[in-house]
Design a protein around this ligand. Structure first.
Ligand code: ATP
Length: 420
């Protein structure tokens, strides 16, 4: 309706000028080429939810790649990639924004001046192939109808109600990864699955649809969860609906609570595994196809936990195990170990992590060579002494460090390079 269109124009006017200009130019280009173009999917959803939008998805009635070529030429900046075989194209801007352009099917009207009804029905089909009503809306961009909302399936109603709703009941069977998508979007926006959608989700899980999903696809969808600020809420939903227990064929004590919300996806991932044993974590890894750093850090994390359980709780011994481990991982281990029910060692580990964080070690082998030290063993001993002084809090600044270094150098000189 006109009221909704006015709202959309208003939302666009408040948003980024670059995006507005891009949408306007896309509409103008389409009109010149005798085509229709629409913004679709996540862009429309996020615009209506007043949340910042990143990517822009356009669908063009007709030849998407050709349209993309004309648009890119007009834009001047932006790198164009064509996938002619799929009828899609992509423009990547220097600032990282990108536009994906897809073609609507056009079988019925390969002639000029196609009937609008035919065109509308193809947009309807395109939107019907999508996952949820809130993702199946479009905004017209051609100048004569710029800003009109196309909402065949009640996406706006569901946005207002806060519901994630399928377009048809076999949708989860058709593509079971939508199960994870549904819970991810629900968690992200604080929505819930609509009643029938929740029912369809359970039915699909009960019928074993996840067996049709490859490890790669499942892993991909699962990792997307860890990119979400609300990953804990999403994780809990994945547990409650039994998605994880079905995929892993047993219940694991996933840790979707605690304080690691600010971490990177990798840190969040390790945190959620923190209640598992090393053996259980290995089983989890076997069911996934994690990117190399994820798998490697998962194993390192559990190996270190094993080693930390054995080592006497004092700074030098901890440092022996942890001195090559990145600070973020030491801090993560310290948080896990010093949490509830931590033994005495947990406290020392927390102290160690704190000392590491304060450490501004600037002396290294090269500095000592330049200062006149020759012998490799002596250099190693001086460095170790400086490091342990940092850890013990004996030195607290680069100036303290410099003083200590001078003192140690003077000592080695006196003792003919035999540092005690
Ligand atoms: P995000 O904010 O996470 O990027 P998005 O909606 O842009 O959200 P994409 O995964 O980029 O998510 O998908 C773009 C659009 O493509 C969706 O809005 C949806 O309409 C459609 N889509 C994506 N995946 C599926 C799927 N598995 N089944 C049906 N439609 C899908």
């Amino acid at each position: 309706s006109q009221a909704v269109r006015a709202d959309i124009l208003d939302l666009l006017a408040r948003g980024s000028a670059d995006t507005r200009e891009l949408l306007r130019l896309a509409g103008e280009t389409a009109a010149e080429e005798g085509l229709s173009v629409y913004a679709v999917g996540g862009f429309v959803r996020d615009l209506l939810l007043l949340t910042p939008t990143r990517d822009l998805d356009l669908v063009v009635e007709g030849n998407g790649p050709r349209f993309a070529g004309v648009l890119a030429a007009k834009l001047g900046s932006g790198e164009l990639t064509l996938h002619t075989r799929f009828g899609t194209a992509n423009i990547l801007f220097p600032d990282g924004r990108h536009v994906d352009i897809a073609s609507m099917r056009r079988e019925y009207y390969e002639y000029p001046g196609a009937l609008p009804e035919v065109e509308k029905s193809t947009l309807r089909d395109d939107l019907f192939r999508r996952d949820f009503t809130v993702n199946a809306m479009a905004i017209a961009l051609n100048p004569e109808c710029f800003g009109e909302l196309v909402d065949y399936y009640g996406g706006m109603r569901d946005l207002l109600q806060g519901e994630i709703r399928l377009l048809h009941n076999l949708s989860f069977i058709e593509d079971p990864t939508r199960i994870l998508r549904a819970l991810r979007f629900a968690g992200r926006y604080g929505f819930k699955p609509a009643k029938e959608t929740a029912g369809a989700l359970r039915t699909a899980l009960d019928s074993g649809v996840l067996e049709n999903v490859s490890r790669e696809r499942f892993t991909e969808e699962l990792l997307l969860v860890y990119r979400e600020a609300e990953y804990r809420a999403i994780g809990r939903a994945l547990v409650e609906y039994g998605v994880l227990s079905r995929w892993f064929a047993r219940e694991y004590p996933w840790n979707f609570s605690g304080e690691d919300g600010d971490g990177s996806p990798l840190q969040r991932w390790l945190h959620t595994l923190s209640c598992l044993s090393g053996q259980e974590a290995e089983e989890v890894l076997q069911r996934l196809r994690l990117p190399r750093p994820f798998a490697a850090y998962t194993r390192t994390y559990f190996r270190l936990r094993g080693e930390l359980a054995q080592v006497p709780p004092n700074l030098p011994d901890l440092d022996r195990i942890l001195n090559r481990v990145p600070l973020w991982l030491v801090k993560l281990l310290a948080r896990e170990e010093s949490g509830e029910g931590a033994a005495g060692g947990g406290k020392v580990l927390a102290e160690y992590a704190e000392a590491l964080e304060k450490m501004k070690l600037s002396v290294n082998g090269r500095v000592l060579l330049a200062a006149g030290l020759r012998e490799g063993k002596t250099i190693g001993a001086v460095l170790a002494r400086i490091r342990s002084a940092w850890l013990a809090g004996e030195i607290k600044s680069p100036r303290d460090e410099e003083t200590l270094m001078r003192r140690l150098l003077a000592q080695t000189e006196r003792k003919g390079q035999n540092l005690v």
